[in-house]
Write a protein that binds this ligand. Structure first.
Ligand code: ADP
Length: 515
């Protein structure tokens, strides 16, 4: 089914507003990504600081271990002199333990300090092999003299000096280096954090500074032009726009206003010509009415035999003339009605409370002979309160046109249904047929004066009935929509406002209404 739809389809192109939103989203995503990267870098940097701290701690431990080692060496020396062999094995073990820690801690050192520790560990090993272990053996063998000799030997003193003194110096140096590098890493983290945060802020502020004026100076003027164009499309030809924004939007606004001036001028001219044409049609139709009435009168006299007998051949010919005279009369009536509803103020609705269901019953019975001729059944349903405020003669005219079309454009034996329901503040009346239908390309022109669809060419008509119906519906504040498909049928939906509380019999009695 095709619907007469005059609304604009939404554009698929992106709007500038959308592009700005997209741009902002990209900027913010970029900023967030950079922020995330910076956070990761900071976490890595902080991890580095922690590593350095661990290194510093380990070096501290190494230093204590070295000091302890020196103490142990002294103790061994003292105890071996006093001769307490049982403790020597334990000292030996604790030296092994300290050596292990020294090797472990040495991994945090670098360069010359690392070389010094490696050397010291080698010196410890050598001292252990050349002095300590032989001393322990001497003590076990109760050879105190030999043990003392070894301990007092210059070689022992030399070993101890080698092990102890440089290592503490190295340790102190290393701790100082570590602390310095920790400090510089911390400062670097802080500075890079501040720099990156500043850059991000500048990025966001820059983006806003670029995009917000774009919105104000480009999007808003363009939206104004779009709004004004729509107003003109809706019939308000006085719509104009302010020249604002950037150079290009000012140019567009200027061109728009110029075009609107021209359109308004043409529309005024067109309205004037249209009025003249309506006046001419009204006058001409009026002048044609009298002779056609006279022709029909004389024809009837002849057909009724009032002026003498006529042959069957003459009767046949006169009946053709009568049919054509009747159609001419209908056309003149339609033209007169149309020109009277078109000339503003020349026709007024005589409004009153009226029962739509009763009007529809009347229309149906009036069209019954036409329907019977084509063997068409017209069904009708009415639901809810369908009281309207309107001109019953004009409302009758609307439905006579719409329902007679449904009958006229349906094949013999089909059915036509009229269904009236209450739809909120309106009465919705659907006239449904299963007739010839209307092609989609003709649908938008249905209701224009004299327009007849391709599908209707074989049926007699003036092409004025629906435009009269349209005008009368509009005068009543309603609207007409059409759904149709060729070969399947059509649904004409008329919506008319129902009576509100302000139209109660009492209120109307106090103030009779005319539109
Ligand atoms: P006409 O005198 O031709 O009926 P109208 O103004 O009443 O003039 O209708 C205009 C045109 O709309 C018709 O000629 C026809 O093409 C189309 N039309 C109206 N009603 C129907 C219908 N129920 N089914 C098919 N076409 C229709």
């Amino acid at each position: 089914m095709v619907t007469m739809d005059r609304t604009q389809h939404p554009s698929k192109s992106p709007s500038i507003r959308g592009l700005i939103r997209q741009g902002l989203a990209v900027q913010i995503t970029l900023a967030l990504l950079i922020l995330a990267a910076v956070l990761v870098a900071l976490v890595v940097r902080i991890g580095l600081v922690n590593e350095q701290e661990r290194g510093t701690r380990a070096i501290g431990e190494l230093r204590s271990a070295t000091v302890a080692l020196l103490g142990t060496v002294e103790s061994i020396d003292k105890y071996s002199r006093l001769g307490r062999p049982s403790d020597l094995a334990a000292y030996s073990q604790s030296i092994a333990e300290l050596r292990k820690r020294m090797v472990e801690s040495g991994q945090w050192l670098e360069g010359r300090n690392k070389a010094a520790v490696v050397q010291t560990v080698a010196d410890i090993d050598q001292w252990k092999a050349t002095v300590l272990e032989p001393v322990i053996a001497d003590v076990h063998n109760d050879d105190r003299a030999s043990a003392q000799a070894r301990l007092l030997s210059p070689r022992n003193d030399e070993s101890i000096a080698k092990v102890g003194i440089p290592i503490t110096t190295v340790m102190d140096e290393q701790v100082k280096d570590q602390l310095k590098s920790e400090q510089s890493t911390r400062s670097a983290v802080l500075v890079s954090g501040v720099v990156v945060a500043g850059a991000l802020l500048a990025l966001i502020v820059g983006a806003l500074a670029l995009l917000l004026p774009l919105r104000r100076r480009v999007v808003t003027p363009l939206e104004d032009i779009a709004r004004a164009s729509k107003s003109i499309g809706d019939g308000d030809f006085s719509a104009r726009v302010e020249r604002q924004g950037v150079h290009e939007t000012e140019l567009a606004a200027g061109a728009f206003n110029q075009m609107a001036d021209i359109v308004e001028h043409h529309i005024d001219e067109y309205k004037h010509l249209d009025d003249l044409k309506d006046q001419f049609i009204a006058a001409a139709s009026h002048e044609l009415r009298t002779p056609i009435t006279s022709i029909r009168g004389y024809l009837e006299m002849h057909l009724d035999g009032e002026v003498g007998d006529i042959s069957p051949e003459q009767r046949k010919n006169l009946e053709v003339v009568q049919r054509n005279a009747m159609q001419l009369g209908e056309l003149i009536d339609d033209l007169l009605t149309l020109s009277s509803v078109n000339q503003q103020g020349s026709v007024s609705l005589v409004t009153e409370r009226c029962d739509l269901a009763a009007i529809l019953v009347e229309v149906r019975s009036e069209l019954q002979p036409l329907a019977a001729e084509s063997g068409i059944e017209v069904t009708m349903t009415c639901e809810g309160d369908l009281t309207l405020i309107g001109d019953p003669t004009r409302i009758r005219r609307i439905f006579l046109n719409v329902v007679s079309n449904a009958i006229k454009f349906s094949p013999r034996g089909e059915s036509v249904s009229i269904a009236a329901v209450r739809d909120g503040e309106h009465a919705a009346i659907r006239v449904i047929d299963h007739g010839i239908g209307i092609a989609p390309e003709d649908l938008p022109r249905i209701g224009q004066r004299f327009f007849r669809a391709q599908t209707a060419r074989e049926t007699y008509g003036t092409g004025l009935g629906l435009s009269i119906a349209n005008e009368l519906i509009a005068m009543h504040g309603g609207d007409l929509t059409i759904d149709s498909a060729v070969g399947e049928g059509s649904t004409f939906t008329v919506k008319l406002p129902v009576a509100g509380p302000q139209h109660s019999p009492l209120a109307l009695a106090q103030k009779p209404q005319t539109n």
